[in-house]
Design a protein around this ligand. Structure first.
Ligand code: MG
Length: 373
């Protein structure tokens, strides 16, 4: 399974609505990067990385393509399905930039599945259930608009909601109270601050709504600030943007810093790293919400496979990147949404075949000139 060719495609995905939260202002489209890794035997695996703008994480769309241009020449001639060795090589030739490595790593997991005839969830440990519950993100808006949004998704079978706070404590206290007043039995809520508060503001806000049954996510910018909040509040806490590596996760476990971890595919750096962190969470008894920050069918399929190979008692929910838009790369979806649950197809690899019409011509192609190493 020697890598012969790496092709990179750029797609613009218009969103169905303008997305706003405390760290993203008015996002109207996604700048998506799709990667095709082709072996000497002619098999192709597909991956995708799609940062939502440039303000959410230390990642941005042109950075994905620049990093892949740096990495690709070092990957030609390497064995695509020796995933740990391949990730080590990527780390040696370009430290960091995990969000770009994610697309290549996912494409190589797809190749491993296609080569072996196994679904990626079987390669990741085995499918536990037929489908995984979806969490729906509710962008920051007026309380009335957010409640209407939740009701619309509830009518489609979704019962877990991550509503985005705006960063103004007084307005957010009103927002939380209004949303929780409209909650129905069976709903589950996370108030996601996306790093929008100082520790003192987050503590004040959380203490003001201590009587309500909801969790809070990533109240502050840094891990240490979130731990300060954790020590002075009583509600369940989710850590998201401050957990990048297994070392970050081990520290959070040792500090009892969180009740739940939000694991995002591209932030962690692909399925190889994500699987390790998922397994550490299971061993430590930490619940997870399995997500990414953006993307289309390929990201949806990759995180659904990871979620379905995660024991339910530690899997809180799974995010669906197609909540933002309806642009499908493939005629056959790799994972299907039904009654608020996502299920990965039982096919080889990720089960996604991006159509040539959707992709257009590659913006970059790297090809080995001679026989592989
Ligand atoms: Mg979050």
């Amino acid at each position: 399974m020697i890598i012969k060719r790496i092709a990179v495609y750029r797609l613009i995905l218009p969103l169905d609505y303008v997305y706003t939260c405390s760290s993203i202002a008015g996002l109207a489209e996604l700048d998506d990067t799709v990667v095709a890794v082709t072996t000497e035997s002619g098999l192709t695996g597909w991956g995708e990385a799609c940062p939502p703008g440039s303000s959410y994480l230390p990642a941005f769309a042109p950075g994905v393509r620049s990093a892949i241009a740096e990495l690709a020449p070092h990957l030609l001639g390497q064995n695509a399905v020796q995933l740990q060795k391949l990730n080590d090589r990527m780390d040696r030739v370009l430290p960091g930039h995990n969000y770009a490595k994610s697309a290549i790593d996912v494409a190589c997991w797809d190749l491993l599945g296609r080569m072996s005839g196994l679904a990626v969830c079987d390669l990741l440990g085995g499918r536990y259930e037929e489908a995984a519950e979806v969490v729906r993100g509710i962008p920051t808006d007026s309380p009335e608009a957010m409640i209407a949004d939740i009701a619309r998704h509830r009518s489609q079978g979704i019962r877990t909601f991550s509503f985005k706070l705006g960063g103004d404590p007084a307005a957010d206290i009103r927002r939380i109270r209004a949303i929780m007043d409209a909650a129905e039995i069976g709903d589950a809520y996370i108030a996601d601050a996306n790093r929008g508060f100082s520790p003192s503001a987050a503590i004040r806000l959380m203490q003001a709504v201590e009587d309500l049954d909801l969790a809070f996510e990533q109240p502050c910018e840094t891990y240490e600030q979130c731990v300060t909040v954790r020590r002075q509040t009583r509600q369940p806490l989710v850590l998201d943007e401050c957990i990048h590596t297994a070392e970050d996760l081990l520290r959070a476990v040792a500090d009892r810093a969180a009740d739940m971890i939000n694991l995002k595919l591209a932030r962690i750096g692909g399925l190889t790293r994500l699987r390790k962190m998922r397994d550490l969470c299971v061993d430590a008894g930490l619940t997870m919400t399995i997500q990414d920050a953006g993307g289309a069918d390929l990201v949806r399929s990759a995180i659904t496979h990871l979620a379905q190979s995660t024991p339910k008692r530690y899997r809180h929910s799974l995010w669906d990147p197609m909540e933002w838009h309806s642009v499908a790369l493939s005629e056959r979806a790799g994972a299907e949404l039904s009654e608020g649950r996502l299920s990965a197809l039982d096919s080889s690899g990720l089960g996604v075949e991006p159509s040539a019409d959707m992709l257009g011509a590659p913006c970059m192609t790297f090809e080995a000139q001679g026989p592989g190493e």
